[in-house]
Write a protein that binds this ligand. Structure first.
Ligand code: GAL
Length: 670
């Protein structure tokens, strides 16, 4: 069943009316209409208000809120309210509280204070969700469900008794026998052999390095434990409202949860994006990379930006505002990269509590005096003009492999050097982003048929199946770029012997004998064989041997000077590149320019640096988005492209002129 959303761009945010006297609500709704708000997430943190004590429920206020919104044509993505259990629950059942790896019990007074594996928490949460689902299943305002909130956001893992027992059950289901577990965990090492399941614990604080496979399995277990919570709520909601779409808000490159495994359970992807506006260039790239990762989880359906800030947040040491125009640019960037919804935390900035200095659509001042609200209204009006793009999709020719299991494995301790997996993937993404070459993020087992170029950064954990997939992608004519520390271990985090990366040795035409990780500040230099150009490199140097590959760059310094640093191998119909080090930006530019040419991937439109260009497509047409991040106007040659700028209504051809910080969305005439 396609559980659809309203057929316009969603615009709105979290609405927490329980923080305000009812007399404010009418004003809220009047201002929402003025701003073009058409959807709200309601009730996310209202468990204590809905169930003030174990036996007492109070839905009256929520009935009145939803009726008011329905009467004003404002849709609701209704929350299940389970993200912050009420204090009475942990007073009665302290065992639901989560525990850190040091054994510290996390207490009430904040939010998310529950162990994901607590059967008691699950029982109370299920009872609440059942009541909410049954009460509002036919409410005309409700168009979707918002399950819990940012699962695992503050609580990345839990070591409570309930979690320990659940971890053991998870291990029993996975390994069946202790012999299999002992083999997978390599417990012959350091006398870790387990003779009973009860001897096994979550990886709590220990004297020295904890068994890495145990740590990896615990990450897998934790992601699954939170997913079970989601599924528990989803089952209740599916039964009550099979026609309504379900979602929860993801957080982009968020390590604790394998969002790929989660994505199948969501009807549409929603996520929360808070790049730091203090550095505008990095904020726009962080936003773009997050959108690309989230969109790629369900490429056949537009995502929704569930939360962003109209201006400053409250949770950084220094919280910069978004200067005029930036909120609009970030919002339209969302649509440009495949989003069908632009939403915020939160409608009205709180008066009390830890988030009172977080911006809202309504600030602490009268809205008519607020430049933020003026921008909110202008954006609402603009988004209405973009209805034609709803449902259109982004199609890319470049994929970057990101796998949560590889991420978890490469960042557990006791490695040759420190690799920040997400940062490395994002920095490679950054080159394509600046060149306006669209990128999807894929799992290494994904169907790679539609892609010309696949980049695998530090894909440390690589299964036989994934290696075969990458190999056949190349053999069939694709271009692969793999980087250092790829293909080192299997799914149990055991080294695959035979010369790293053993499973890709033929594909890449080389083997790595050893590596020289560099501390911060130390550099080497590479020289491209053909152009003789030199560039600094840092962080990591693979010392490799060529088989069928040839060197396209060599190291200039250290005891391995003259040996290959970057290689190219013809394999089947395709080409496999290998990057054994981290290049400076000019070196990376030179390499990726060559590889992109080889793979025949380019931007939809040539534009000056600092102008973001994307494309969305649907059966009814093609839309080109152009976003000017400069404080000066730009002129973009359109070549043969002509069409209508949906924002201004003007016909465009030959050139697209954009004012400072302006955006155009061109519906292309075919
Ligand atoms: C999100 C959260 C919201 C709010 C927001 C503040 O992580 O879902 O409830 O706390 O951050 O930026």
């Amino acid at each position: 069943m396609t559980r659809t959303l309203p057929p316009h761009l969603l615009y709105g945010g979290d609405y927490n009316p329980e923080q305000w006297p009812e007399s404010v609500w009418a004003d809220d709704v009047r201002l929402m209409r003025e701003a073009g708000v058409n959807i709200l997430c309601v009730g996310i943190f209202s468990w204590a208000k809905l169930q003030p004590s174990e036996k007492r429920f109070d839905f009256g206020w929520l009935d009145r809120v939803l009726d008011l919104l329905a009467a004003n044509d404002i849709s609701v993505c209704l929350a299940t309210a389970t993200a912050s259990p009420p204090p009475w629950l942990s007073k009665k059942h302290p065992a639901i509280l989560p525990v850190t790896s040091d054994g510290i019990v996390l207490q009430v007074g904040s939010r998310q204070q529950y162990s994901p594996s607590s059967a008691i928490y699950r029982r109370y949460a299920a009872a609440l969700v059942t009541r909410i689902a049954n009460r509002y299943r036919k409410h005309p305002a409700v168009v979707a469900w918002h399950l819990n909130n940012e699962y695992a956001c503050h609580l990345h893992e839990c070591h409570s008794e309930a979690s320990t027992v659940a971890f053991r059950q998870w291990l029993r289901a996975k390994y069946k026998t202790l012999a299999a577990l002992n083999a997978a965990w390599g417990t012959a090492f350091w006398s870790q052999l387990y003779g009973h399941w009860e001897e096994i614990f979550t990886p709590r604080r220990a004297p020295y390095h904890t068994n890495p496979t145990q740590c990896l399995d615990f990450k897998r277990f934790t992601s699954d434990a939170f997913l079970e919570l989601y599924k528990m709520e989803a089952a209740i909601l599916r039964k009550a409202t099979p026609h309504l779409p379900l979602t929860t808000n993801f957080m982009g490159f968020f390590k604790p949860l394998d969002y790929r495994a989660w994505a199948a359970e969501l009807d549409f992807i929603a996520w929360d994006s808070y790049p730091d506006p203090v550095d505008e260039a990095s904020a726009r790239h962080t936003g773009a990379a997050g959108h690309d990762l989230m969109r790629s989880l369900k490429p056949e359906r537009p995502f929704v930006l569930m939360e962003q800030a109209t201006s400053a947040v409250n949770w950084r040491p220094t919280n910069s505002p978004k200067r005029p125009g930036l909120m609009r640019l970030g919002s339209l960037q969302t649509v440009a990269r495949g989003g069908d919804g632009v939403m915020f935390f939160q409608w009205r900035a709180s008066k009390a509590g830890a988030e009172k200095f977080h911006s809202g659509l309504i600030q602490h001042i009268p809205p008519e005096q607020s430049r933020v609200f003026a921008e909110v209204k202008a954006l609402g009006a603009e988004l209405k003009k973009l209805t034609p793009v709803v449902g259109s999709l982004v199609r890319n020719k470049v994929a970057i492999v990101v796998d949560w299991h590889a991420w978890w494995a490469v960042e557990t301790e006791s490695k040759p050097g420190r690799i920040d997996y997400a940062a490395w993937a994002q920095s490679l993404h950054g080159w394509f982003y600046e060149k306006n070459i669209g990128v999807d993020f894929v799992h290494p087992d994904a169907d790679l048929t539609g892609f010309n170029l696949v980049v695998a950064p530090a894909l440390y954990l690589l299964t036989i199946k994934s290696a075969a997939n990458l190999d056949s992608f190349v053999a069939r004519g694709g271009t692969l770029l793999a980087t250092y520390f790829t293909g080192i271990v299997d799914e149990n985090e055991h080294v695959v012997l035979g010369g790293y990366p053993a499973l890709l040795r033929k594909t890449l035409g080389l083997w790595v004998e050893e590596w020289a990780p560099y501390p911060d500040g130390r550099t080497n230099e590479i020289k491209f064989t053909r152009s003789r150009q030199t560039h600094a490199c840092s962080q990591w140097c693979d010392l490799l041997h060529l088989e069928s590959a040839s060197a396209i760059a060599t190291y200039s310094k250290d005891f391995f000077a003259g040996r290959p640093a970057i290689t190219k191998n013809n394999h089947g119909q395709g080409t496999a590149y290998y990057l054994g080090t981290k290049l400076d930006s000019a070196g990376l530019d030179q390499l990726l320019t060559e590889i992109s040419r080889q793979a025949d991937v380019s931007a939809p439109l040539a534009a000056p640096a600092g102008v973001e260009i994307t494309q969305r497509e649907s059966a009814s047409g093609k839309f080109i988005f152009a976003l000017n991040y400069h404080d000066s106007p730009v002129k973009i040659p359109l070549g043969k492209i002509r069409g209508k700028n949906l924002i201004t209504g003007d016909s465009v051809s030959k050139y697209l002129k954009l004012a400072p910080l302006d955006v155009a969305v061109v519906a292309v005439e075919s």
